[in-house]
Structure formats: C-alpha cells, structure tokens
Design a binder for this molecule. Structure first.
Ligand SMILES: Cc1cc2nc3c(=O)[nH]c(=O)nc-3n(C[C@H](O)[C@H](O)[C@H](O)COP(=O)(O)OP(=O)(O)OC[C@H]3O[C@@H](n4cnc5c(N)ncnc54)[C@H](O)[C@@H]3O)c2cc1C
Length: 415
C-alpha cells in the first residue's frame, strides 16, 4: 500500500471541495490534496446545465458547469494536488484516509486535517414505501438528469414526478423541453418542497400541474412502468379513500429529498445531528472529531450553491486555524438555541471563547410572511432582519458578531 502524508485532504471535488481546497491554499496551507472519485471535477454541478447558479457570489446567472469551472480554473498553478478517479473507502478518527485509484492502487494517507465534502444522495423508492412492482422506469430525479444532460438518453415519454423538491421541478421543465409529457408533480406535503422561483419558472411557465397533499400510492407494470395510482392525503399524510386516480405513464421520477453522504462520517464515529442528518458542527465547521471538518451538502443539504462554496471556505479557514494550533485542544461549547419556528441551525454549537463574525444557516418550520429573523447574543440583538417571506425550502443565512460566553438564540418574530 502506498503511503502519503498531507496537511489537508479534501474528500470530494464538487463546489464545496473546490472552494475548501482553494481557500486552504489561500490560508497558506502547504500540502493540500483533493480526492475525487469521478474522472472530472465539479460534482453534481456537471449535470446541471440550466442557469441560476452564482447569483449571490458572482452576480451572474451561470449554469452548474460554468459555476464549477470558475473554481476549477483557479486550480492551475495553485499547488493543490488533485487525484481523480480516486475513491475514499475509509477514514479514521486518527485522520487517516484509505483511498484507491487505478494508478496508485491502495493508499494510506495520514492527514493533518480532513475536510469532508462528499455531497449528498437522493432518497429512493424503497425509502418512500410505495406499493406495487419495481419495473424499469422508476428513477431518482438526479438519475433522470444524468441520462438526459450527460448521457443523451430520454428515460421515458410520459412522466409523473413524485416530490416537489428543486431537482424534481427543474427536471419537470427539462423533460418538457426534451419532448417528454410531464403529467404532473405530486407532493405529499401541503406546501411545495422547492424554491418559489422554481415553481414559477419550471412548472407555471410550462403549464405543468402541481398537486399538493397528494402522493403516489402504487406502481404498476411488468417490464416497464405502465401506470401509477395517486391519491390525496390528510394532514397526517394518511391516504383519503375514494380520491385515488390512475395515471398512465412509463416514467416515475422521484424527487423526494436528499440525505447527506454519511458513510465516511459514520466510519470515523462522528457525532451526528438528528435534524440535519449530518455531522454536528461547531463555528469552524469542525465535527466532533478535532481536525475533521465538513462543508457543503455533506454538512447540511443547502439550496444554493453559493452557500455551499461559502461553507467550504469556512471549513478551510477552520482547518488552517487547527493546523496552526489556534483552536483549543478540548473545545468548550455553547449550544446555539432557537424558537420552535426554526427547524435547525448550522453550526449547532459555538466555542465559548468565540468573539468574532460567524455565519449561521437555518431553515424555518413553516411559511411566514413579513416576519423578522431575530438573533440575540446574551441581551444584545445581533440580527434583526425583515423577510417578505420565509419558507422551509429556503435556507436563511446570517452573519453576525458573537461575544464570548453569552448564549446565542435565534427566533422568528411577527411584523
Ligand atoms: C442529483 C442532484 C441534482 C442537483 N441539481 C441541482 C440543481 O439543478 N440546481 C441547484 O441549485 N442545486 C442542485 N443540486 C444541489 C447541489 O447538490 C448543490 O448545489 C451542490 O452541488 C452541492 O455541492 P457539494 O460539493 O456539497 O456536493 P456535490 O456536488 O455532490 O459533490 C460531492 C463530490 O464528492 C465526491 N465524492 C463523494 N464521496 C466520495 C468518496 N468517498 N471519495 C471521493 N469522492 C467522493 C462526488 O463524486 C462528488 O463529486 C443537486 C443535487 C443533486 C444530488
């Protein structure tokens, strides 16, 4: 087995990993190694050919590939070592990575610090429990996106989409543009799962119906999907008898949520957060294992790639502090608390001594109109920002100055 030693290893070459690796070098870290299992960099952005990426960071409407390319271009001459076609198969809490690729074979890499940037996975049919058979033609929205945008195949002719997450909405438009008849998007919840702009631009503009509080209850077909049954659900998500409707289709696209890619995090016994289903993070985006950091969708599923990149940079700055011995050996934390109108906040905890500007990401539990996001550190109001609308799918970002020792609390207030 080949042995390597690096200062920082970044696992995953998507937007989080790219931003983290570049920021690590900017922070003066000497040996930065970027490991990517795919044969090219960019992560999931490679298959996102629609625009709308980078509105915040670059004030431009870029495609996913164009956004990623802006970071990939900076790698030239940066001194960052990139290993493609390289999968990390194990990671220990001693900051040892085991990886392999066709050139080096098996590798043992001792790291000063590790930044996890492995992205997320899509939930599948078996995770949403739909009755019936499992014929060809049932796939996740990401798989359909890859077939159409990268492989050049049409995965069906008549599609039903289950779930109104952003990828599903974007695929409703994409499939329509490619000549697939999208018969409807069915969402079990009473509110859409995706951003309002995607509902308008991807469904309304193309006359694709969105059916809320409705789900797919059965899949039928022997070799290939032939039809699905949809039905209305009550507020407890129980099917309402008598509302069933059969829809002929040859493609069922599932856009039923994303889950952080947690295999390596679990192998290293990182403490996980129940709400984000990702490693518990501190203000440096450091996990419960000192020296192991997380960024991007592996740390919490973000809606905007701009935030993904920002989280990569925060984690890299944390790794630089860790390597310079500027983080306490045994950090003491205060938990960031919030009202029940907020579902979760990342990072979940802040070092007691932290006396600096910190960025927090959070999601609300229900839609609120003309409400204020209020943050307090002790008795001091550190954030009081009015939002015309706050909806659960949209991540709220807020950068505030925190003082040492004081309790940090966020709430959503009317008016
Ligand atoms: C299918 C899909 C489609 C999406 N489409 C859109 C969209 O249209 N618009 C939008 O705004 N957002 C979209 N998103 C959200 C998007 O994921 C984020 O905006 C952003 O790309 C996440 O960046 P990331 O770097 O955290 O993860 P990713 O972009 O997923 O990158 C993670 C990288 O880590 C690599 N990796 C994982 N495990 C290992 C390992 N063990 N060893 C080595 N490498 C590894 C992967 O190969 C991948 O390249 C989509 C997400 C998914 C899953």
């Amino acid at each position: 087995m080949k042995e390597f030693q690096v200062d920082v290893a970044v696992i995953g070459g998507g937007p989080a990993g790219l931003a983290a690796a570049l920021e690590a070098r900017k922070q003066g870290i000497e040996k930065v190694l970027l490991l990517e299992r795919d044969t090219s960099l960019g992560g999931i952005l490679q298959q996102c050919i629609h625009d709308g990426f980078g509105l915040h960071r670059f004030n431009a409407r870029l495609s996913g590939g164009q956004y990623a390319q802006r970071f990939i271009d900076q790698l030239d001459g940066s001194g960052i070592e990139v290993k493609l076609d390289t999968i990390v198969i194990d990671m220990t809490d001693e900051k040892v990575i085991y990886a392999c690729n066709p050139t080096d074979g098996m590798m043992r890499i001792q790291c000063g610090a590790i930044i996890l940037a492995m992205g997320c996975r899509e939930r599948t049919a078996s995770q949403v429990l739909i009755y019936g058979t499992r014929p060809a033609g049932v796939m996740t929205a990401g798989a359909a996106q890859r077939y159409i945008n990268m492989e050049g195949y049409l995965p069906g002719k008549n599609a039903v989409i289950l779930g109104s997450g952003d990828i599903g909405l974007i695929m409703a438009r994409r499939m329509t543009l490619e000549g697939i008849k999208v018969k409807g998007v069915y969402e079990v919840m009473p509110n859409p799962g995706g951003l309002t702009r995607n509902i308008v631009q991807c469904l309304d503009d193309y006359g694709i119906p969105l059916h809320l509080s409705t789900t797919v209850t059965r899949i039928e077909g022997k070799e290939r999907v032939e039809r699905v049954t949809v039905a209305k659900v009550d507020e407890k998500r129980n099917v309402i008898p008598g509302t069933e409707e059969v829809i002929d289709c040859d493609l069922l696209v599932l856009a039923v949520g994303l889950i952080p890619e947690n295999e390596l995090s679990r192998q290293a016994h990182l403490e996980m957060d129940r709400k984000t289903r990702a490693p518990l993070l501190d203000n440096n985006f450091m996990t419960s294992c000192p020296g192991i950091f997380a960024a991007g969708n592996v740390s919490v599923v973000f809606d905007l790639v701009d935030y993904v990149s920002l989280s990569g940079e925060i984690a890299a700055r944390g790794a630089a502090k860790y390597l310079a011995g500027k983080l306490p050996e045994h950090p003491q934390y205060r938990t960031v608390t919030h009202s029940d109108r907020i579902n979760f906040i990342v990072p979940q905890r802040v070092e007691l001594s932290a006396d600096e500007d910190l960025t927090f990401f959070m999601r609300v539990t229900a839609p609120y109109k003309n409400a204020r996001l209020v943050g307090k550190c002790g008795e001091t109001v550190i954030c009081n920002k009015r939002h015309q609308a706050m909806v659960p799918p949209e991540m709220l970002e807020c950068t505030v100055k925190v003082a040492p020792q004081q309790e940090i609390y966020f709430s959503v207030e009317e008016g």
